[in-house]
Design a protein around this ligand. Sequence first.
Ligand code: NAP
Length: 293
Amino acid sequence: MSKILVTGATGHLGKAVTEFLLQKTDASNIRILVRDAEKAEDFKSKGVEIAIGDYNDNASLLQAFKGVDKLYLVSGTDLENRSAQQENVIKIAKEAGVNHIIYTSFQRKNESADSPIAMLAGSHLHTEKVLKASGLTYTILQHSLYADVIPMFAGEKLLENKTIYLPAGEGKTAFAARIDMAEAGAVVLLDETGKFDNKSIEFGGSEAVSWDQIAAIISKITGETITYVSPSVADFTSTLTQAGVPAEYISIFAGFGQGISEGEFDVTNGELESLLGRKLVMVEEYLSGVYGM
Ligand code: NAP
């Protein structure tokens, strides 16, 4: 059996991948890379091997990756530095003798520098390029937007102000629940047939919904009338700036809003559903768990 290493295992996605792996393989086949051992106590008690490391610290990565066959690389959260960080992870993985890297990338149509989400896209595209050129076996999982980000875009105070304010127009998104992405990641990691080798796979949901539809779904779940308002990017930016939201967040929200309006994440190709061999978590089902009583 291959030794698997999961990075980001103290975060939502990597933790869920590790939990799925534990259901399907012996804990002795799993190692996780964490920055803070305290956050990994639960996995340690289940027999998962803990390696302390940071994408910025080559010595820690080299030590952590020794003896690993397959590495699940969760894309980093440090947008400014993650291009270099992830290039580093790939380089050190190769040095350590890792055979196969599974990288969590993003779904898109527009790869140009004009993409409204260029601030996130560049580092994913760079990592995909470096990984493909590395000579290692790769699988690139191009994740759509998680259904889990809907409440964030809808706003923390949605049930007070009852309005979703986002410059996403009529665009539809094939949201998929992060938990489904995680289970699919575990399936890819445990595959011994090689059918995912050197492939890029787009993981979208099985339905694409607009923000008007999301407002209607949340209205149905909560019994409140939730309205969706799509301002221009300029109005969105000035309103949020006046409300004291940091510019960095505004540009990310505006970029995603614009990307959604341009149909950037409107891809329902059935790959995720067929890989899992079951129905996916639907947006309404996911949102019922968040907004339902
Ligand atoms: P998350 O909960 O924030 O987890 C990120 C994980 O990465 C954490 O375990 C964190 O460790 C680890 N990490 C960050 N920087 C690191 C470094 N320098 N060295 C080692 N580990 C590092 O994020 P998530 O929800 O699991 O999402 C996973 C990734 O998907 C994100 O990092 C982001 O790139 C991307 N994402 C995609 C979507 C989407 O809709 N498709 C939405 C959100 C995020 P600590 O616990 O020590 O902080």
